[in-house]
Ligand binder design. Structure first.
Ligand code: MRU
Length: 344
């Protein structure tokens, strides 16, 4: 299966990313040679998806440490690592993976300094471990989720929670790829995902590359399609799952969950345990990123609304736990209300 690799180490030690803002027209890799460039790439969604921005940020910290001049193992080194983590953590608020990966890098730096270890080596190993663990969690989600899908399943998904969003085969798309790889028949309905079109630009692109049959729809068509009765289930990813099972994911997910409930279609959220945030009690406590007006009022520099139009552009929404049939994690299928226990 030809899945894309959205991140790599460049031979120079820079963080190499597939620039997702250019897809599907151009498949261009860019080398990010400073923490500031990694931060810009996360803000601008060149690199995106909850698990992947955690991996990219961790790699950014490891690269930043490696590029520090002087003796990074000293107290000053730790201070610099904390500054890098703060910069990268300020890029996007919603995906908890970003913040937990950075907290993990900071803790590793503290331990390394305390134990007199080589800070650069310790941080490089930690970033690679975060990446490797995500790859393994995606594979587990694929195996766990595949058991939920009958032969010939038709899966509706929103945004991109595939290989482009993770260090492995994705989360929502992991069961699809697992079954496809095993030669089972199945197909996907892809929500276009306004305003930044992660569905049509990214999910459709990676499904086509993998040879998985799919149909693209505009977001406004999802409810009608669910009413038709041929959709087996909805599977989406998540940016943060609160302790009570409420789920933050790409804006539009909540409406899809309501429509799925109205038509009796199972609504699954697929996410690694790193997306569960036991410290956030309820969905209402999840910080929701608001992005610029130009994303809604224009496309690639062209206006699609009158100049100066007032816009509301939350990048994510919260789906209450009661609309979620189950959460598919690397540790099994969990009822949303029991998600905090999946962390034990
Ligand atoms: O703004 P994006 O493109 O980073 O949003 C991505 C999503 O909402 C994904 O569904 C989520 O991060 C899960 S990715 C495995």
């Amino acid at each position: 299966m030809a899945l894309p690799s959205p991140i790599a180490w460049a031979p120079s030690g820079a963080v190499r990313i597939l620039d997702q803002t250019l897809l599907p027209d151009q498949e261009r890799y860019v080398d990010l040679s400073s923490v500031e460039l990694v931060a810009e790439a996360i803000c601008s969604l060149r690199v995106r998806g909850a698990p992947l921005i955690g991996i990219a940020a961790a790699m950014g910290v490891a690269m930043g440490a490696a590029r520090e001049s002087g003796a990074p193992a000293m107290g000053r080194g730790l201070e610099r690592i904390r500054t890098m983590c703060a910069r990268l953590g300020a890029t996007r608020p919603t995906a908890v993976n970003l913040h937990s990966a950075l907290a993990r890098m900071e803790r590793r730096a503290e331990r390394a300094v305390g134990a007199g270890e080589d800070l650069r080596e310790a941080l490089l190993a930690e970033a690679n471990a975060i990446w490797d663990e995500d790859r393994a969690m995606c594979a587990r989600i694929g195996a766990v989720g595949a058991d939920l899908l009958p032969d010939g399943a038709l899966v509706l998904t929103h945004c991109n929670a595939g290989a482009l969003a993770t260090g492995g085969i994705g989360t929502a798309l992991a069961p699809v790829y697992t079954l496809h790889d095993a030669g089972r028949k199945m197909a996907v309905i892809v929500d276009e995902t306004r305003p930044l079109l992660q569905g049509s630009r990214l999910t459709a692109w990676e499904l086509a590359r993998a040879g998985v049959p799919y149909t693209l729809i505009a977001d406004s068509m999802a409810a009608s399609r669910l009413r038709r009765g041929d959709v087996t289930c909805v599977i989406v990813g998540a940016d943060r799952i609160a302790a009570n099972g409420d789920v933050a994911n790409k804006v539009g997910t909540y409406g899809l969950a309501l429509a799925a409930r109205a038509h009796g279609v199972p609504f699954y959220v697929a996410a690694p345990t790193t997306t569960i945030d036991p410290a956030t009690a309820r969905g209402a406590d999840i910080p929701i990123e608001e992005r610029g007006a130009e994303e809604v009022a224009g496309w690639q520099g062209h206006s699609t609304a009158p100049a100066g139009v007032e816009v509301w552009n939350p990048a994510f929404d919260v789906t209450p736990a009661e609309l979620v049939t189950a959460i598919v994690t690397d540790r099994g299928v969990v009822p949303p209300r029991e998600i905090a226990r999946a962390m034990d």
